[in-house]
Design a protein around this ligand. Structure first.
Ligand SMILES: [Zn+2]
Length: 379
């Protein structure tokens, strides 16, 4: 079997990782300039160049030929529309950065691209006018739209919402779906390829005719739930071949058959990244991982008053929690409830409870950056 590759290795040896003789420096310069000018049209020798929105470490640089780009756009459309292409489909696409990838239109489908940097109020005015039938965006944005819809500012009637780029939490999914009266599906993709798409029955299937995923088990099951990290081989990409490329994502798999009839592997949940897994010392002297979901669950159980939060672990024996609570709430009471809930969750697994510092100084992530509610930033 071929060895695995990761982003760091691919970026270090970028010049030898493309089949078209693309050099790292000129490609990076084009991609950076496009980000700065927010004009994503310039090509490099006819190739589309872009940067991935990695949250840590090396930035990922990708190159695609015009054919690969068209195949990608066509495939993603066909797979997300579930084969039912009818006139009058209007797709609103919210993305961190535009690239040539996302400006595609046809006579049946209208695409409108929205920059995530756009002020929300402006986006809502444009959406009310565009009246999308499908809205694609990170769940944090979809939730803001749902709140605007609740308040009456947003007046759209999508038949489907599609979550991309961030972890979709079950409670958020339920809220968005209830507000719009429409299902929330997912597209799981990396700059390394299109990986999985929700079927009509709502299951997130690996697109096995496009990509081959191998799953490596991660240590430390919780509640008997296994966690996996994917190694991907893209069967289509030729310009920048992706072969046994290790992603940093943490997944739960579902091996039950899907109601839609497809036997392509179902991903039950995308929990986050491997570097979002927190570690605590056990009473017995070892260490054990806490996957982001377990800490999210502890927060959910703590208090209904919490509007948003961020948990950051810098060292194994400390945890910092920044809360957003409404001004009318009793902040001291919420803080104590959060402390008790986290302590109980951590102790349940035989771990030493760390120092937990909690404040109400939550700051929302800047526009255009990925939300990470749980993050381990230990050196
Ligand atoms: Zn299915």
């Amino acid at each position: 079997m071929l060895p695995t590759v990761d982003k760091a290795a691919m970026m270090t040896h970028f010049d030898s990782y493309t089949t078209r003789g693309v050099r790292y420096e000129p490609a990076l310069n084009i991609a950076l300039e496009a980000e700065q000018r927010r004009d994503f049209r310039p090509l490099l020798d006819g190739l589309t160049v872009g940067l991935s929105s990695g949250t840590s470490g090396h930035r990922g640089l990708f190159v695609l030929s015009a054919t690969e780009q068209a195949a990608w756009a066509g495939t993603i459309l066909a797979r997300t529309l579930h084969g039912t292409i009818s006139r009058g489909v209007r797709v609103a696409f919210f993305l961190r950065s535009n690239s040539n990838l996302y400006e595609q239109t046809g006579s049946f489908i209208r695409f409108r691209y929205f920059d995530l940097m756009m002020p929300l109020a402006e986006a809502i005015v444009a959406l009310n006018q565009f009246q999308p039938t499908i809205v694609v965006g990170p769940p944090s944005l979809l939730a803001l739209l749902a709140t605007a819809q609740d308040r009456g500012a947003s007046r759209i009637r999508p038949t489907r919402l599609i979550s991309v780029a961030e972890v979709l939490e079950p409670e958020e999914r339920a809220y968005i779906a209830a507000t719009f009266g429409a299902p929330v599906h997912e597209i799981y993709q990396a700059t390394e390829g299109l990986l999985a798409v929700s079927c009509a029955a709502g299951s997130l299937h690996v697109q096995e005719d496009i990509v081959r995923l191998q799953f490596e088990p991660l240590d430390g099951d919780e509640h008997g739930v296994a966690h996996w990290t994917p190694i991907i081989t893209d069967l289509w990409r030729r310009t920048q071949p992706i072969i046994r490329y290790r992603l940093q994502d943490v997944l739960q798999l579902d091996d039950d058959p899907c109601a839609c009839g497809s036997d392509w592997q179902v991903i039950k949940r995308i929990e986050g990244r491997r570097d979002d897994v927190c570690w605590f010392d056990t009473i017995g002297g070892g260490r054990r991982p806490f996957f982001p979901d377990s800490l999210r669950r502890a927060m959910l159980l703590a208090s209904p008053a919490i509007l948003d939060y961020r948990i950051v672990q810098h060292t194994d024996d400390t945890l910092r929690v920044h809360l957003s609570v409404p001004t009318e709430a009793n902040a001291a009471k919420v803080i104590e409830a959060v402390r008790a809930s986290l302590q109980a969750t951590i102790a349940t697994y035989g771990c030493r409870v760390p120092d937990i510092h909690i404040d109400t100084a939550f700051e929302p992530p800047p526009p255009g950056t990925k939300r990470r509610r749980v993050a381990r930033l230990a050196c």
